[in-house]
Design a protein around this ligand. Structure first.
Ligand SMILES: [Fe+2]
Length: 254
């Protein structure tokens, strides 16, 4: 871990698990349930009681009831509070899953950080859409002038690595909504791309979380499997700072 200090709040972010209804379900040749179990075991070995888990969309690959039931059992084993956002693969059953594992809508994960969990699903298409109204309500209703802000969303806000696969077509408007009237720290955490990277634009820091299922590289527009090892990040929130840690689970789940 990058810091010897015990954080006030640690958040484990698990993106793009792509769980299927069948136990043998695979994504690009990888058993996705095996990878998710590996990640859960890793989190349980390190987590403190006050930690949180965020599932960053594409929780299910096929939208099946079995996939959500299995995921609810697995995250339930951690005993941690679990929050989530939906991805483009998450269908109608996501709403029931969210109510089950994350009752309520936590807006404070830390006394100096306000949190927003955004639904960026487009209308039946892979590219998402930033909910500008939700961001404006967040600033008006929840985020105080002295608070830092952390936004969780499935789709990729910024693509600083080629090719420029579209994440959210209204990213420009979203950036303006994010930064409106604020000089606080603003951290945006996205997934969908199955690649870890970071970018900073003004007061906005963006972290693209690697995937639990498998990591992508791209052949022109098409994603191809770059690694079968699950990845996740942990975010430590302090009053005036944060630390993002990347975890690559390179050995077997044991
Ligand atoms: Fe996705």
């Amino acid at each position: 871990m990058a810091s010897g200090r015990r954080t006030s709040t640690r958040i484990w972010v698990l993106a793009d698990a792509h769980i299927g209804g069948e136990p043998t379900a695979e994504l690009m040749g990888v058993n996705v349930r095996t990878n998710l179990r590996h990640a859960i075991k890793f989190v349980m070995a390190q987590a403190g009681e006050a930690d949180h888990i965020v599932l960053l969309g594409d929780i299910s690959h096929d939208g099946s009831a079995a996939s959500y039931e299995w995921m609810a059992t697995e995250v339930g084993r951690t005993g941690l509070r679990c929050h989530s956002v939906p991805g483009n693969h998450d269908g109608a059953r996501y709403a029931g899953f969210r109510r089950h594992v994350a009752p309520g809508d936590p807006t404070r994960l830390h006394q100096d950080w306000s949190a927003a969990f955004l639904d960026t699903r487009g209308h039946g298409s892979e590219p998402g859409r930033a909910p500008l109204g939700d961001v404006q309500r967040f600033w008006a209703d929840w985020a105080s002038e002295t608070s830092n802000a952390i936004f969780f969303m499935h789709h990729d806000l910024i693509q600083p690595v080629p090719p420029g696969r579209v994440g959210i077509p209204n990213a420009g408007e979203f950036m303006l909504a994010l930064t409106r009237g604020s000089n606080r720290q603003i951290l945006v955490v996205g997934g969908h791309r199955h690649q870890y990277y970071t970018a900073n634009i003004g007061s906005v820091a963006y972290v693209s979380c690697g995937a639990i299922s498998c990591q992508f590289e791209f052949d022109d527009e098409t994603p191809v499997r770059e690694s079968e090892h699950p990845e996740l990040i942990s975010i430590d929130l302090y009053s005036h700072d944060y630390v993002v840690n990347r975890h690559i689970l390179s050995s077997g789940p044991g």
